[in-house]
Ligand binder design. Structure first.
Ligand code: ADP
Ligand code: MG
Length: 551
């Protein structure tokens, strides 16, 4: 048996770990299961490349509570450790074995999905345990090792008689952490952090009902069988290729993510990029209610299928935090503050990639099935309008598919809208005037009056649309918005549009001269205002000032 001191630079690191390493004590389980997963995936990799002779088989991870002895066990069938490896990887705190493994097998292992990064994960066990044991048998011929540490920098290391390969971690749960001996609490944690981890995780057993045997009587009870209770789905939809998934797979995954959500998502966006950063995920557009009610099902952030957080602020542009779904990226630095995150170059790239993908998806939905897009507009406009206001890049893209509905249920893009009104709704400053109503009933009379004059009236009723109007007025040239009941709209001018005039310049001059001869110009103003095929060829008006001169 070896005795020794754990190699740390501070006198006693454990009180520090307990206090500062993670504010959330519950993450110890995530860390230990991540290590068990890493150990399993490492073995898979080694057997794949012929560096391990063992049969990989169908390894799983087991979590077991021994309430009477106040112990929690995490057992894996991964590559295990020799005594030397325990010395090296466990005793040298902050020396991350995962990092070393990735360094050594850099090229072949970069897709192996190894989770560890920081070399402190294992020690998070001391946040909830006052004694920790490791019993581990390497996949090599080396004898098994048994490491024990009671939370001081001293440890013991001796041989053990474990014969199956893999590692068992035993936590002697501390007095102040007995919640982690409760089955319901552990189940809750497993479902929160490990629901989509890549190695099956067993937690207890469950009773499965089997089909009745041939010839069984009506009231014979159906036979049952005790089977492993596997709490995770090791192959969640976002880890697959979009080409391998059907619409139903996306819907089913949504239900898996949000079992309490009964409403179907409107559509989804599959994220999948491996250069210049790694990111996978599926985002869903839920039906968005106009009152921006506080949303409880949020986007979840994973790293290599380990749940990290559902606070994606700083990683996803704010307007997209209204969406739901999953983002998985090993390239998002986690043990850092939010403000650091926002300044991080990789995170900025990720954020703008996501924005671009969302814009592209909306564009293609618009292009491929405009009718459907229009039907969904009311449920998605909040996100789009908010995005146009807050992200310049998104504004540029969304300009092509953002819709402006009229009171009659027509939907215009901005370009279509200006084309429709440029000839008939211009003010004296030569600006196109976009009329809108926010309440069809309250403004009914004005809407009717405007329609009488053949004006287009938009129905803009979302809570942030007034900000969007301002934004459009400053970005677009020569437009202004006016409420349909604003008093100046009676004076909109119908403008000549030379592109549709039926007269040549020459004919116009002749006609002009002719009209001036027959109509007294001191009393009337003659305008050649042919606007469209139905309009009168010219208009004779008596401007206000001339009318006054007469009096
Ligand atoms: P990291 O996972 O970031 O490397 P940890 O403190 O979580 O840091 O673990 C330290 C090292 O201990 C791991 O890199 C690994 O080499 C070893 N280790 C921990 N748990 C296991 C396990 N269940 N099986 C095999 N090796 C393990
Ligand atoms: Mg780890």
């Amino acid at each position: 048996m070896t005795k020794g001191n754990i190699n740390v630079s501070v006198e006693n690191i454990f009180p520090l770990i307990k206090k500062f390493l993670y504010s959330d004590h519950e993450i110890f389980l995530r860390e230990l299961i991540s290590n068990a997963t890493d150990a399993t995936l490492k073995l898979k990799h080694l057997t794949n490349i012929g560096e391990s002779k063992v049969e990989y088989g169908n390894p799983q991870i087991e979590v077991k509570i021994d309430k009477d002895a106040k112990k929690l066990h995490i057992i894996d069938q991964g590559l295990g450790m020799t005594a030397e490896e325990v010395e090296k990887y466990i005793n040298q705190v902050a020396f991350s074995g995962a990092e070393e493994f990735l360094d050594k097998y850099k090229d072949s292992a970069k897709d192996a999905g190894i989770i560890g990064h920081f070399g402190l994960g294992f020690y998070s066990a001391f946040m909830v345990a006052d004694k920790v044991e490791i019993i581990t048998k390497s996949h090599t011929d080396a004898p098994a090792a048994h490491w024990t540490c009671d939370g001081s920098p001293e440890f013991t290391l001796e041989e053990a008689d474990k014969t199956e390969r893999g590692t068992e971690i035993i936590l002697h749960i501390a007095e102040d952490s007995t919640e982690f001996l409760e089955e319901s609490r552990i189940r809750e944690l497993l479902l929160k952090y490990n629901k989509f981890m890549p190695v099956p995780i067993k937690f207890g057993t469950k009773t499965e009902t089997l089909p009745k045997p041939e010839g069984a009587k009506e009231d014979d009870p159906a036979p049952t069988k005790e089977v492993d209770n596997i709490i995770n789905n090791p192959n969640p939809a976002w880890t697959k290729q979009p080409a391998d998934l059907e619409a139903d797979d996306y819907k089913n995954f949504y239900r898996e993510l949000y079992p309490m959500q009964f409403e179907e998502p409107l559509f989804n966006i599959h994220l999948n990029v491996d250069y210049p950063f790694n990111l996978t995920g599926i985002l869903y557009f839920p039906k968005m209610s106009a009152d921006l009610q506080i949303q409880k099902d949020k986007i979840q952030l994973y790293q290599n299928q380990v749940f990290v957080t559902d606070n994606v602020e700083g990683i996803v542009p704010e307007f997209l935090t209204m969406l739901r779904g999953v983002i998985d990226s090993p390239d998002i630095p986690l043990n850092v503050s939010r403000s650091y995150l926002q300044a991080d170059g990789a995170v900025k790239k990720i954020s703008s990639y996501i924005t671009r993908k969302v814009a592209d998806k909306l564009k293609s939905l618009f292009n491929n099935n405009r009718e459907d897009f229009e039907a969904k507009w009311n449920d998605i406009k909040i996100v789009i309008e908010y995005g146009m206001l807050s992200e310049e890049k998104f504004f540029e893209k969304a300009d092509a598919f953002a819709l402006y509905p009229t009171v009659d249920g027509k939907y215009y893009t901005f370009e279509e809208l200006t084309n429709a009104i440029k000839a008939k709704q211009t003010d004296k400053d030569d600006k196109m005037v976009i009329l809108y109503a926010s309440d069809k009933d309250a403004q009914h009379a004005y809407i009717e009056a405007a329609k009488e004059k053949d004006y287009e009236v938009l129905l803009l009723d979302s809570p942030i649309v007034s900000h969007l109007m301002q934004k459009l007025e400053t970005t677009k040239e020569k437009i202004s918005f006016a409420r349909v009941d604003a008093d100046h709209i009676d004076n909109l001018i119908k403008k000549e549009d030379s592109s549709i005039s039926k007269l040549s310049e020459d004919e116009k001059t002749k006609l002009d001269e002719l009209l001036k001869e027959v109509i007294p110009s001191e009393k009337f103003m003659v305008q050649l205002e042919a606007m469209d095929s139905n309009a009168s060829p010219f208009m004779i008006t008596q401007p206000e000032f001339m009318r006054r001169m007469k009096e």
